[in-house]
Design a protein around this ligand. Structure first.
Ligand code: C5P
Length: 231
């Protein structure tokens, strides 16, 4: 049977971003003429890959309603949660009745504004026939050390260590159930880890190194540089 591929985007955007030391959450900081989250959402919407984009926003967030993109017809707002996983689960619930159990969901951090349409399509094309799905990831160019305090205890074979990026692409029903079953587990720091804990084996596909997460003040200048290079 020929099934139509349906993809939905989920954007956790309810964090405060303490490491930025800014007067507002990092997704609302200015970057190349817009806020960080406007870039992120424009890239998701502009990729043409998604039916809708569900965004988890803190209920006390005064910045979101001020942005035109919050009223975009393809954007759904859901209440954020205590941890990132709670925010993702809340956004998934806002798609209940719209998304089918076997539709794909791509979860992407609001704080990664340099995502390219090329990476979105690469991920969907390479994972759409998978039973589980997986994530964009980056290999390490540096030698990696296991350290205790400031003492090296081992050198890690970097073939086996990858940095987890987003989007993270899973089936709607499977991801919702996995996040519900692992609720409150501190080991769940991304979507893949929730599935791993339940015994599933998500895959990786190598993403672009410019898909950085805005975490520290210097990252804004780096993101601006990458955006200029991309155009
Ligand atoms: O803090 P960190 O950079 O790891 O957050 C990753 C993403 O998760 C950010 O886009 C942030 O807004 C989101 N987040 C969330 N709800 C939380 C904590 C983080 O949506 N409670």
């Amino acid at each position: 049977m020929n099934q139509i591929l349906k993809c939905w985007a989920v954007v956790p955007a309810a964090g405060v971003g303490k490491r930025m030391q800014a007067d507002r959450p990092k997704q609302y900081l200015p970057l190349a003429g817009k806020t960080v989250i406007e870039h992120t959402l424009s890239r998701l919407l502009g990729s043409g890959a998604f039916v809708k984009v569900a965004v988890a926003i803190s209920v006390e967030d005064p910045y979101w309603p001020e942005l035109d993109i919050s009223k975009h017809p393809d954007v759904i707002t859901a209440p954020g949660g205590k941890e990132r996983a709670d925010s993702v689960l809340s956004a998934l619930k806002s798609l209940q009745g719209l998304a089918g159990e076997d539709d794909w969901v791509l979860v992407h951090d609001a704080a990664r504004p340099c995502l390219t349409a090329a990476d979105i399509h690469l991920q969907i094309d390479s994972m759409k026939d998978d039973a589980v799905g997986g994530i964009l990831a980056l290999s390490s160019h540096d030698t990696l050390k296991h350290v205790d305090g400031d003492t090296i205890t081992a050198t890690i074979d970097r073939k086996h260590v990858w940095r987890a990026l987003t989007p993270q692409m899973f089936k709607y029903g499977m991801l919702r159930d996995a996040l519900q079953q692992t609720e409150g587990n501190p080991a769940v720091t991304d979507e893949a880890s929730a599935l791993e804990i339940l015994g599933f084996k998500p895959r990786i596909v190598e993403g672009r190194p410019d898909n950085i997460k805005i975490t520290r003040p210097d990252d804004l200048a780096l993101a601006q540089f990458y955006m200029e290079q991309q155009t």
